[in-house]
Design a protein around this ligand. Sequence first.
Ligand SMILES: [Zn+2]
Length: 395
Amino acid sequence: MACQRRATVARLFALVLAYRVLLSTSLLALAPAPLRSRDFFPSPTILAWERELKVRTLAPEGTVNTMGEDLERLKQRIPLLTYLQRYHWSGRPAAVRSELVGLCPLHADTRPSFYVNARKNLFYCHGCGQGGDLIRFVQLSQHLSFRQSLAYLHEELAPSAQLLEHTAAFYQLELHRYPEGIQYLAQRGLQDATLIEELGIGYARGGNLRPHLQQLGYSLERLLELGLIRPQGQDAFCRRAIFPCRQQNRIVNLYGRSIGDAFPHRLLPRSKGGLFAWQSVRQFRNLILVEGLFDLAVLWQAGFRNTTCAIGTHLTSMQLAQLCENPDRCVYIAFDQDENQAGQRAADSLLQVLDKAGLKIRLVGLPAGHDPNSYFLAGASAEDFARLLEEAPSL
Ligand SMILES: [Zn+2]
């Protein structure tokens, strides 16, 4: 009991100490610019962050203390530098041994200000002042909470990304084995073979995924766990066009659109990830936001490559954070103009959220009863849609 109390006191003391370090670094951030310059703060300043780290890993929601060892193990299994290099960061040797410096992936950097200390497994950026460990980096770069970052990194280690990759590849092959898949895409106005390939669209006939994946060595338990096979034994996706949802080039979920009478939309029981194709659309200042992946596909096909999709009308906090990455962003909302007003209502409530976040918003007025997909199917051209964008009232 006394021992426990001592441990608590020690932890409190560590927190206070770390808080003071944090306070002094944040005070420095408020200091006039010359004080913040490299000359004043001899590079690297990773040591300060090493101390602050104690706050970062102790604080969240009071449950993390017991996870300390797991966190350390996780960070050892994915060294920060390895992670950064996997996502194409490169640096040159800095003045201090085992340290590299390169462009900062967290802000628009023009001269290398991002330091990585491979031995300490920490980073610090002199440009944006961000620093910390791998988990902190994932939080900042992916707009995730502490908990979500842990899940994200566990994914990095666990083979579910690979299993989804194998599943999507199988469905992609199946698209060319059974005519009904391609026929359905054509019926939805999607004919561009290169685009179908680029989006990785596949077809799930149903009833044949399990033997294929088991042949690749996956256990039935893994398939059940991921929701690819339902507890009753059937395939989760049956007679559906499949779109893999990627985040940082990694599949995080699969969306299946029914081509028959079944409920139209299905995702695996896991996070839908960020905005669709974010890696390729984030560069655009003006974005078109649509509800469904067929809306996105036909708009991309018509040349509107700045279209992204939240898969539904509700944006997760991650998706919202992605839109807000660029404060000058203008979002064109092109949701369904349903007869029952559900699309408009969804757009209205989203509008308020985006407006509060300070983004510029324009509402695309599709003809009644239409979504972008059906609008093109009804014969509209790229010029027609461009006109709708031009005429979209800003709010
Ligand atoms: Zn930076």
